[in-house]
Every structure is written in structure tokens, then in C-alpha cells.
Design a protein around this ligand. Structure first.
Ligand code: SF4
Length: 99
């Protein structure tokens, strides 16, 4: 189990009806729209992947998308670490482009 921290208090869906993110099938594609501007999307996705959470929309990904990702990358033992590193690299790349 990965430590959860306090990222949930900054979630864009915090005040939404939780049932909205736990719809089934194609409805999940619509439900995940709230995730695209969420400031804790990385943390949310890492939580779902590291803990193999099967149901609902997490981090902008549907159940089906997360299952496919986990099947493609069984070698990843710590998604939180991987996604945080990718986010840092992306931020550094953006800083280089601006300066
Ligand atoms: S990424 Fe989506 S499901 Fe996760 S906290 Fe943000 S809004 Fe909620």
C-alpha cells in the first residue's frame, strides 16, 4: 500500500458526487473530463496504479485504460516514483524552453 498523503484535499472532484466517477463503461470517458484540470492528477493516478484499484476513474484514466497500462508495464513496481520523475523532467524541460 502506498502512503496517501494529503493530495485528496486538492482534488478537483472533491465537491463532486463520488458516484459520478464510478460509472460504468463508456460513461467513464465523460466522467474523466473533471480530471483534466485537476492539480493532483499524477498523485491520483499513481494511487490507483500502485494499489491496483480496479474500479472508477482515477487520474483521468478509465478502468480499462489502467488495466491495459498495467498489462503493458508489469515491470513498474512504483508508479508514484515513475510519474513524479516524469513530471519533474517535464517541468525542467519547460524551464529550459522558456529561458
Ligand atoms: S484526477 Fe480526477 S479522480 Fe483524481 S482527484 Fe483529480 S479529479 Fe478526482
Amino acid at each position: 500500500m502506498v502512503e496517501q498523503g494529503d493530495w485528496r484535499v486538492r482534488a478537483a472532484c472533491r465537491d463532486e458526487n463520488p458516484d459520478q466517477l464510478f460509472v460504468r463503461g463508456a460513461e467513464q470517458r465523460k466522467a474523466r473530463m473533471v480530471c483534466f484540470g485537476c492539480p493532483v492528477r499524477t498523485e491520483c493516478l499513481a494511487e490507483a496504479l500502485d494499489n491496483k484499484i480496479e474500479f472508477g476513474v482515477w487520474g483521468g484514466m478509465t478502468e480499462r485504460e489502467r488495466r491495459a497500462l498495467l498489462r503493458r508495464r508489469p515491470d513498474i513496481g512504483n508508479w508514484h516514483e515513475l510519474l513524479e520523475a516524469a513530471r519533474r523532467e517535464h517541468a525542467e524541460y519547460d524551464e529550459c524552453r522558456v529561458s
